[in-house]
Design a protein around this ligand. Structure first.
Ligand code: UDP
Length: 236
């Protein structure tokens, strides 16, 4: 499969068309941004790790009954995926308080919830991705009720799978963000990525952060944390 033309360049990925109208190629970059694009940097090797980790997890999720956009890994940092239109919702699942949950609601990080929570942000750069509820999402025609129900079901399935898989690697899954897409025939599939850029991972014993918070909060050893997650999960 070959790249034909660049369709899009985002903060962390480029997307190319292919000869197949239903398939695009994503190329993961080492660029990192945080705080609505205000903080910019490079995390060397991140693109390759995020690409391979996403593919590793999506292939297992597919087997566990969550349809994904994954088609074929092409190289260290490039993957062929189904062409989808992204549902403009960031779907965030949390098991433990952290990040915006802690700051928005005035609680400390690290409170373990009795059951996972789910929330949506409206993916809109001009509006800075505001929190949105399902009624608003339906009113804005971002998704239908049926699509939202399916997205919630898949998101909790992903949480169950990821929590268990990571715990076996000595990692606590704190929270994560998913994006879903719609294929040409209207099927909802898991899209985007599952990586230390989009999840919070804490070492199960020490609580050490093994994710993008090391970059956001200038904690040092950012590359080391991504490599450690790749080693624990995929043995490489
Ligand atoms: N997240 C993400 N992209 C975003 C916002 C959040 O991947 O644009 C992820 C983030 O890495 C974390 C989870 O979603 O694992 C919850 O993030 P939160 O809402 O606490 O916001 P943050 O503090 O990360 O900005």
């Amino acid at each position: 499969m070959k790249k034909v033309e660049q369709l899009y360049e985002g903060k962390a990925k480029k997307v190319y068309s292919t000869e197949d109208p239903n398939v695009v190629i994503v190329s993961y970059k080492d660029d990192a941004t945080a705080f609505d694009g205000l903080k910019k940097g490079t995390i060397t090797g991140k693109g390759a790790i995020n690409n391979q980790m996403t593919n590793f997890l999506m292939q297992q999720l597919e087997k566990a009954g969550v349809p994904t956009h994954f088609v074929q890994e092409l190289s260290e940092r490039e993957t062929a995926v189904k062409k989808v239109s992204i549902v403009p919702l960031e779907v965030i699942v949390r098991n433990i308080s952290a990040g915006h949950f802690a700051s928005n609601y005035g609680v400390k990080e690290g409170i373990v919830f009795d059951e996972p929570t789910i929330e949506f942000s409206y993916k809109n750069d001009d509006l800075h991705d505001p929190l949105i509820n399902s009624y608003h999402a339906v009113a804005l025609k971002l998704a239908t009720w049926d699509e939202i129900a399916l997205i919630k079901k898949y998101a909790f399935q992903v949480n169950d799978f990821l929590k268990k898989t990571l715990l076996e690697c000595g990692v606590t899954l704190v929270d994560f963000k998913l994006e879903f897409g719609k294929t040409a025939d209207g099927t909802i599939v898991l899209a985007d990525e599952i990586s230390p850029d989009t999840c919070r991972f804490w070492d199960a014993k020490t609580g050490e952060k093994l994710d993008k918070d090391r970059f956001r909060r200038d904690l040092g050893n950012v590359e080391g944390a991504y490599q450690e997650m790749a080693r624990r999960l995929m043995g490489k």
